[in-house]
Design a protein around this ligand. Structure first.
Ligand code: FAD
Length: 391
């Protein structure tokens, strides 16, 4: 074996893609992946979709075939969390007291769901990030159950739709005026609300959960607008937080995440970042990663930077998708609050359309519902337009 020993902290998409990219780029040194989860690395998008509906299980969501790690000589250290880092001795400390030395480190520890302090620590309250979370939630989504989803972002709406399809009575509580409004803008968001309401989701928008009370027969939510929701199951989808205290303690620069440049370099020469844990700082902007494609692309870039290979331009454009019952939503670019949203093909009534966001003459974003081909055309136009990237 020649070449540096690369240790990857984390065991999700970015960690696995980094390891695979290192091998694809010809790295022959040791590669060790350390994950706090005991499960072999798996993909997260199905956790809020097919896994809740029972159409995909653990074996269907692996990020690599079971024999690939051995074939590629990638050592998996599972069920052990990294708790500390010494940049001088190039050593990671694990929560069980063990230590692992590295020549190069890639931090790919992802993120955790943001907790809501107004909710109790109760078996009725669910957060969704891991396969174990998804299994526990699937077990709670029984027909007739009263489910409250807090947060109408893409994960909250996917869970709400899955719960509805399983026969639950679903109320969605959202602080913004409409679901996903901060991302897709007011008019498309108003359409999305109408569409989901027609299929049985009840919305309480423009309000938040101020307080809650656990009773024997229900968890009761008291909302800021004075209304009350009685629930059997509460699912919280109000964003993510990045656990970077151990990185800051080691002396790495952090700010809403592990600060990296476009290629995944951190403030320390031998340490790189990939995936959701990263916040990119370029041209005075702080741009966190929080979606699948950006996480995967950032891993390929970090592997290239680590090996000193020029990065491939992956044309990052902040793309994400979301499957909500019979809707495939796709988005790329950005829709600033002042952008003009224009339907350029299809229409809201048919549930099949593409919206372009423009700022003056400049195309800044594309959003589509059930129109993947037209979305792709818009996405290509976005790539050739002068743009502000959002990931
Ligand atoms: C339910 C759900 C649905 C999603 N759906 C979509 C979608 O439809 N479209 C889309 O574009 N994106 C989607 N995403 C986002 C996408 O899955 C993430 O952007 C992607 O998983 C990020 O990968 P990552 O490897 O950076 O982080 P993660 O997938 O979070 O992986 C991080 C790993 O590191 C481990 N870890 C954390 N801390 C430590 C530590 N201290 N020591 C060791 N290991 C540690 C974690 O346990 C985890 O295994 C979804 C995310 C979720 C949670």
């Amino acid at each position: 074996m020649s070449g540096p020993h690369v240790v990857i902290a984390g065991g999700g998409l970015a960690a696995v893609r980094t390891a695979q990219a290192l091998r694809d780029l010809g790295h022959r040194g040791r590669v060790t992946l350390v994950s706090e989860e005991s499960d072999e690395p798996y993909d997260r998008p199905p956790l809020s979709k097919e896994c809740l509906l029972g159409t995909r299980g653990a074996d269907d969501i692996r990020l690599a075939a079971p024999d690939e790690y051995a074939r590629q000589d990638i050592r998996l250290v599972l069920g052990r969390a990294v708790a500390g880092l010494n940049l001088c001795t190039r050593t990671l400390t694990l929560t069980d007291g063990g230590e692992i030395g590295y020549d190069r480190l890639v931090v790919a520890t992802g993120a955790r769901p943001r907790r809501l302090p107004s909710l109790p620590d109760s078996g009725r309250v669910h957060y969704l990030r891991t396969a174990a979370d998804s299994r526990r939630l699937a077990g709670a989504l029984t027909a007739g159950a009263r489910v409250a989803v807090i947060g109408a972002g893409f994960i909250g709406l996917e869970v709400a739709c899955a719960a509805r399809l399983r026969g639950c009575r679903v109320t969605v509580v959202e602080a913004a005026a409409q679901p996903m409004a901060p991302i897709i803008g007011a008019e498309p968001a108003a359409w999305l609300r109408r569409r989901h309401s027609e299929r049985g989701l009840e919305f309480r928008c423009g309000t938040t959960v101020d307080e809650s009370e656990e009773r024997p027969d229900a968890l009761v939510l008291f909302l800021g607008d004075g209304t009350v929701v009685e629930t059997d199951v509460v699912v919280v989808g109000v964003g993510i937080v990045r656990d970077t205290a151990w990185l800051a303690d080691a002396g790495l620069e952090t700010h809403h995440g592990l600060v990296c440049d476009e290629t995944g370099r951190t403030s320390a020469a031998d340490v790189f970042g990939a995936g959701d844990v990263v916040c990119r700082h370029t041209a005075g902007q702080c741009r966190p990663i929080g979606h699948w494609t950006a996480a995967s692309d950032s891993a390929a870039k970090a592997a290239a930077a680590l090996l000193g290979v020029p990065p491939t331009d992956l044309g990052e454009d902040g793309f994400f998708w979301s499957d909500q019952a019979d809707l495939r939503l796709q988005f790329a670019g950005a829709a600033s609050p002042t952008a003009t949203a224009t339907v350029v093909s299809g229409d809201f009534d048919s549930g099949r359309f593409v919206v372009h966001y423009t700022d003056g003459d400049r195309l800044t974003g594309v959003f589509a519902a059930n129109a993947p081909r037209d979305f792709l055309r818009g996405r290509l136009a976005l790539r050739s337009a002068p743009r502000q990237v959002r990931t």
